[in-house]
Design a protein around this ligand. Structure first.
Ligand code: HEM
Length: 106
């Protein structure tokens, strides 16, 4: 027995946009901003994997009794710095969305 929510999703899927087609926004500049937001989110997601892999590799190296060179310890700082920048951007997104829509209606 499907839940009320799943019925709603199925119905809106039939009546709404066709699968695979992009959602249309009110203006092309809004669409560009939206694509940029998606790009930053993907960038943040993949960077988090790279960061995690580098940190894990350092721990594994230490675990097998090999002391890595000093610069190896600094390596995670590169993806971490980019994670901070993209993360702060993602954090600001909901507020920027309100600001953007506020400006449009003003
Ligand atoms: C260091 C500063 C960081 C900041 C300020 C930050 C901030 C954020 C914010 C605001 C979001 C969006 C949450 C939402 O959906 O509303 C996010 C998503 C995410 N963050 Fe971070 N983050 C940081 C670091 C990291 C690190 C170190 C990792 C993992 C190693 C990480 C992994 C992720 C992942 C996987 C997502 C979900 C991305 C997606 O929706 O596809 N972040 N982060």
């Amino acid at each position: 027995m499907p839940s009320k929510t799943s019925i709603k999703i199925k119905q809106s899927g039939k009546q709404g946009r066709q699968a695979g087609r992009p959602i249309r926004f009110r203006s092309s500049s809004e669409e560009v901003l939206m694509n940029w937001d998606i790009w930053i989110r993907q960038f943040h997601r993949w960077l988090s994997i790279i960061f995690t892999a580098v940190v894990a590799a350092i721990f594994i190296t230490l675990g097998v009794g090999v002391e890595p060179a000093y610069w190896v310890y600094l390596m995670p700082l590169i993806p971490l710095a980019l994670l901070i920048l993209s993360g702060l951007y993602l954090f600001a997104l909901p507020y920027a969305g309100r600001w953007r829509s506020g400006r449009r209606t003003a």
